[in-house]
Design a binder for this molecule. Structure first.
Ligand code: NAG
Ligand code: NAG
Ligand code: NAG
Ligand code: NAG
Length: 385
């Protein structure tokens, strides 16, 4: 009995001293929160590293607060912010050398600490995306464990456009017309998809990932929307046998994951390209070497990078050679048949695109409904427990 009590006391004691483990990607920012017990103190100190160097201090009675950016050879220069009421500390643009222990305490000996690992992330911070693409800004979270809220902001207007809290998803596309029916928040990862992106979506996006363990990660995404020029087409109409090339309009970067799909078929299974296709290793563009009518349909490209993924859609219509039965009765002049054929195909393709857009929209809405339903269910089951 005595042993059990001692163990309980010990674990309570250890709990108070144990550091919260925090993983941050370099270049991001992080905010550590104090708590009411710490805020009760008169002097609140933040210390960092093996020597416990003082990096920030509030003296309540004297009404002063200060961050000490000169410590450790100015390593924190221009990167520390402290809320002078709560003592919450933000480290901006964090670097791998900022890894280590951060501890906040008051003169009563109340403490809280964070063990920070900064993992290097040298991915390109500016995201170039072609008008009409779908882009998903990834949080990098495997799941929502220990996350109490996710908040996405479009900094241009400083408005929250989507958030997830108390297990529910909220999309604020009514206040900002440009995002109407274009946003999708993934319930599992908190990642944000912007569908059919346009130049009006150009700008900086920021996500706050609020952990239930007393800290918030701030990640930002600099999105530039480019209007494609030259031979970039998302609708391709070609005759059988002519080369069909689906231009990506981007350059492939090291560590990119590239996935091409045709309807429901993976064209790059296990990282290998199927027969009859060719892929440009610099751009990822796909060429169908000897296209047949059966190659008509929807092609999908996904480029997955560390911070985001790009999703492109192509519509390909391959029409039969002049005189082939699908385009008109034999005996017509082949020029006329080709013309009619191209016209028919274009008309059909236009219809298909129209329905495809509608389906994509509906799908997005369905995902929304499903997510809301799922979150309602999980909220209910939480209540039942
Ligand atoms: C906190 O900062 C505000 C604005 O800079 C200032 O007016 C206020 O006096 C400060 N309070 C303390 C306790 O330092
Ligand atoms: C941006 O929004 C936040 C939260 O709504 C607010 O605290 C802040 O003052 C705003 N900043 C600007 C520059 O409007
Ligand atoms: C959410 O993201 C996960 C992981 O990337 C993915 O498997 C899932 O299909 C996504 N859900 C939706 C509704 O897009
Ligand atoms: C975003 O990228 C553009 C183009 O590279 C640059 O001009 C701009 O300053 C960047 N914005 C931020 C906040 O980094």
């Amino acid at each position: 009995m005595g042993n059990v009590l001692l163990f309980l006391l010990l674990s309570l004691f250890l709990e108070g001293v144990f550091a919260e483990e925090v993983t941050v990607k370099s270049g991001d920012s992080v905010t550590f929160y104090t708590d009411p017990n710490i805020q009760e103190g008169n002097v609140i100190d933040w210390r960092f590293g093996p020597q416990s160097d003082l990096i920030a201090r509030i003296k309540r009675k004297a009404k002063t607060s200060k961050v000490y950016e000169d410590v450790l050879d100015w390593k924190f220069k221009d990167r520390l912010r402290m809320d002078n009421q709560t003592g919450d500390l933000t480290i901006k643009n964090i670097m791998t050398a900022d890894s280590g222990d951060y501890e906040v305490s008051n003169e009563n000996g109340v403490k809280k600490s964070f063990k920070v690992s900064v993992v290097s992330d040298d991915s390109v911070k500016t995201i170039s995306v072609v008008k009409g693409d779908y882009i998903t800004l990834l949080t990098g979270l495997p799941d929502m464990k220990r996350i109490s809220a996710i908040q996405w902001r479009f900094k241009h207007h400083n408005s929250t456009i989507a958030e997830m809290k108390t297990g529910n998803i909220f999309i604020y596309d009514d206040t900002d017309e440009r995002f109407k029916d274009k946003l999708l928040l993934n319930y599992t990862t908190g990642s944000l998809t912007i569908a059919n992106i346009g130049t009006e979506h150009d700008g900086d996006y920021e996500v706050d990932i609020i952990s239930s363990s007393g800290y918030t990660l701030h990640q930002s995404y600099n999105v530039t929307v480019i209007v494609p020029t030259g031979d970039f087409k998302s609708l391709i109409i070609e005759e059988e046998g002519a080369l069909v090339t689906l231009q990506t309009g981007t350059k492939i970067q090291v560590n990119d994951l590239i996935q091409w799909r045709f309807e429901d078929t993976d064209l790059t299974p296990g990282g290998n390209l199927k027969d009859g296709l060719n892929m440009d290793m610099k751009t990822g563009s796909l060429t169908i070497i000897n296209p047949r009518r059966t190659d008509s349909g929807f092609y999908d490209l996904k480029i997955i990078r560390s911070r985001y993924s790009i999703h492109k859609k192509f519509t390909v219509a391959v029409y039969g050679a002049p005189g082939s039965p699908i385009c008109g009765p034999s005996g017509w002049s082949s020029g006329a048949v080709a013309g009619i054929c191209a016209f028919l195909v274009a008309a059909i393709v236009a219809l298909v695109i129209y329905f495809y857009r509608r389906i994509a929209n509906l799908q997005a809405q369905l995902y929304d409904k499903k997510d809301t339903l799922m979150s309602t269910m999980s909220t209910l089951s939480d209540k039942n427990e």
